[in-house]
Design a binder for this molecule. Structure first.
Ligand code: SD4
Length: 330
């Protein structure tokens, strides 16, 4: 660590009206700059490759990690053929596509939206919450109204083909109207972590959540500490998979705290996965994957079952897809 700058702790704003971004109310944080060290971006699943490419358009030019992760995951939100992120996502049991997202930066600022309908870029709404309100999370109708007030266009969802699939699914799964079940086909959230050339970390996570979920259900993805956590002194982590299991162990926060105790990113992800395994008697179909990136640009991933992969882009190797470690086969 070459340089460390502390920002002054301000008093957290309590106004209930929207506030302009200001120095007052910012949280204490440190920024570390190490010129010997390049930028890195990692993100979940193979759709992460395209997302990383766009994130790199920011990072490669010396841009901020925060801008990179927002731009990166917007790529996936834009892809209407993606059935687990954005408005192309699978709906809930009753046919509503409800979106969850969160973002966190190097100053521990964070913003989130949950249960948001009809808005194409939940991640940008989450950033707008972070930058323009004293709050962290807005949900449902309030989140939608907020997005419209800030000029986000209303879009139609579900898409025709998604609605058709849902109708078929309903015919075949009458039982879920009596007792909700987990639909195991769907675990492709995008979580992205980046470190920029100033040594600052940020992360973003966005999803349409578990396909055909119970109406009102929100998973880990928009919950700071569960689906995503960033601590600029230590590292960042994000999660994909069964959100209920991730929330139960405050997954991403746990991974970051393990890195604080000296674990490598992969070891930290592995220990968090083991904690999930220890807390659940029935692991059938319970897939969770964690990704982590530390302050030195080292990264790793681990999942309950094999099959989880992630995209990595850095100064040295360009882009590649990496299989996360796991010691269980499906
Ligand atoms: C959720 N964690 O809503 C999300 C789903 C997911 O990869 O990650 N899919 O529980």
């Amino acid at each position: 660590m070459k340089r460390r700058t502390f920002f002054k702790l301000g008093v957290l704003g309590t106004a209930l009206t929207f506030v302009k971004p200001s120095k007052a109310g910012e949280l204490i944080s440190s920024t570390v700059s190490d010129p010997n060290f390049g930028s890195v971006v990692i993100s979940t699943w193979d759709h992460g490759l395209a997302a990383n490419d766009n994130a790199w358009k920011v990072l490669g030019k010396g841009g901020a990690a925060l801008d990179a992760v927002e731009k990166g995951v917007r790529t996936t939100e834009n892809d209407l053929s993606n059935r687990s992120v954005g408005i192309g996502g699978r709906p809930d049991r009753d046919g509503h596509v409800t979106l969850d997202a969160c973002i966190m930066d190097e100053r521990s600022r964070c913003g989130a939206v949950a249960y948001l309908e009809g808005i194409k870029h939940p991640i940008s709404v989450a950033r707008t919450v972070m930058e323009n309100t004293p709050h962290v999370m807005l949900v449902g109708a309030g989140a939608k109204q907020f997005a419209l007030d800030y000029g986000f266009p209303k879009v139609k969802s579900p898409l025709k083909e998604v609605k058709q699939d849902w109708k078929e699914w309903k015919k075949e799964h009458k039982e879920v109207f009596e007792k909700p079940v987990i639909n195991h086909e769907n675990h492709d959230t995008i979580g992205m972590l980046a470190i920029d050339d100033k040594g600052n970390l940020s992360g973003a996570c966005t999803t349409s959540g578990w396909g055909y979920k119970l109406p009102g259900r929100v998973g880990d993805s928009p919950i700071i500490g569960a689906g995503l956590f960033v601590d600029n002194e230590v590292g960042a982590a994000c999660a994909t998979g069964l959100g209920e299991a991730v929330i139960r162990i405050a997954g991403s926060h746990t991974v970051v705290e393990l890195m604080r105790q000296g674990k490598s990113p992969e070891e930290a992800c592995k220990l968090a996965v083991e904690r999930i395994i220890a807390k659940h008697e029935d692991l059938e179909g319970l897939q969770v994957g964690f990704l982590a990136l530390n302050k030195r640009g080292e990264y790793g991933g681990y999942s309950v079952y094999n099959g989880f992969n992630y995209a990595v882009t850095d100064d040295n190797t360009g882009s590649k897809l990496v299989d996360a470690k796991s010691d269980r086969n499906w």
